[in-house]
Write a protein that binds this ligand. Structure first.
Ligand SMILES: Nc1ncnc2c1ncn2[C@@H]1O[C@H](COP(=O)(O)OP(=O)(O)OP(=O)(O)O)[C@@H](O)[C@H]1O
Length: 321
């Protein structure tokens, strides 16, 4: 994909049924070259089914998609040649070493044995894996295996990389190091990455844009900061000298119809959701005119968790797309 204007992934009305059950409702999605896009959603929301359709492993029941410039149903061979895939549960042969696996993958991709060895050495260096390159896969840690999974998917220099829950089961340090690898692929090599995750922090830190799936529907798709600004309320916390002052402030604000928030559950503090522009100033004026002066105040920005809880877990039909 060398045309920056052409999306690396474009799905139009893509959907899949299993018997009577619609796992993915018609879905429209565009992911641009070099972008890291995260599909986020609770268990069973359709993340893996979407990835399996886009990687040509599962035929869609409806709709179309182009991946790396080729149609997933009309030209699945080209899609496969231009994409790398790392699915849940490693499929690596436990008796082979990383070096053997990478060379074999290179040969399967029609590299000469000399080219395959060179590519293998390049990837082992890039993934800092020389130290365990000749150890059987069965003896590697979860984090080391995941790095080899990723390296195997990169042998053919894919334009688009699909990662299904790449960091599930990894400790925080291994997770962060895998994020670095993924960022380097996208920023340094222009690889487009579509990953699924159940970790909000991962989506927030790693992804340029996030799509939230709920019951097979894409209910939001935007940059994490945009989702936070659009969906989450800021929270104002005021701390008073004593609990009675905080109690009076709480009563006054409740009577005005403000939404109290359990951000800081101490008797000296009161937190409210800032649901409209200027609500922070109004609140301070209201309290000051009743002789209530806070000793300190903080405003917390919404987190992706707020967004996710509101969008993904509220009853169906209660939120707009
Ligand atoms: N092969 C299948 N046969 C029947 N139903 C399936 C099949 N694969 C998935 N489903 C159903 O489709 C829905 C979406 O499943 P999918 O695995 O895509 O969700 P997910 O968001 O990836 O979940 P998880 O986070 O648990 O991996 C679920 O209701 C699931 O039971």
């Amino acid at each position: 994909m060398d045309n920056a204007a052409t999306p690396s992934i474009r799905a139009i009305g893509l959907g899949r049924d299993f018997a009577e059950h619609t796992a993915v409702h018609p879905l429209d999605l565009e992911v641009n070259p070099g972008e890291v896009y995260g599909l986020l959603g609770p268990n069973g929301s359709g993340k893996s089914t979407t990835v399996r359709m886009l990687t040509t492993m599962l035929r869609p029941s409806r709709g179309t998609a182009q991946v790396a410039g080729a149609d997933i149903t009309r030209d699945p061979g080209t899609v496969r040649r231009r994409t790398g895939v790392v699915l849940q549960g490693t499929a690596l042969d436990p008796l082979m070493s990383a070096r053997e696996l990478l060379c074999l993958q290179g040969r399967l991709q029609s590299l000469t044995s000399r080219q395959a060895r060179a590519r293998c050495a390049e990837l082992l260096t890039a993934f800092d894996a020389q130290e365990f390159a000749d150890t059987p896969i069965s003896k590697l840690s979860g984090g080391q295996r995941r790095r080899i999974d990723l390296a195997v998917a990169l042998v053919q220099r894919p334009d688009v990389l699909f990662l299904d829950e790449p960091t599930t089961g990894l400790d925080p340090a291994s997770r962060r190091s895998l994020w670095e690898e993924i960022r380097a692929l996208s920023a340094g090599h222009g690889v487009t990455v579509l990953l699924t995750t159940q970790y909000l922090e991962e989506a927030d830190q790693l992804c340029d844009r996030i799509g939230i799936l709920r019951a097979g529907r894409l209910i939001a798709s935007a940059a994490p900061h945009v989702l936070k600004e659009e969906t989450g309320d800021r929270v104002l916390t005021l701390r008073f000298r004593d609990a009675p002052a905080a109690g009076r402030a709480r009563d006054l604000l409740t009577a005005r119809g403000e939404q109290l928030h359990a951000a800081e559950a101490t008797p000296h503090a009161v937190s409210i959701r800032l649901t409209r522009p200027g609500a922070d100033g109004e609140t301070l004026l209201t309290l000051a005119s009743a002789g209530l002066h806070a000793e300190s105040l903080t405003v917390d920005e919404p987190s992706l968790e707020d967004v996710f809880l509101r969008l993904a877990l509220t009853p169906e039909g209660a939120t707009a797309a």
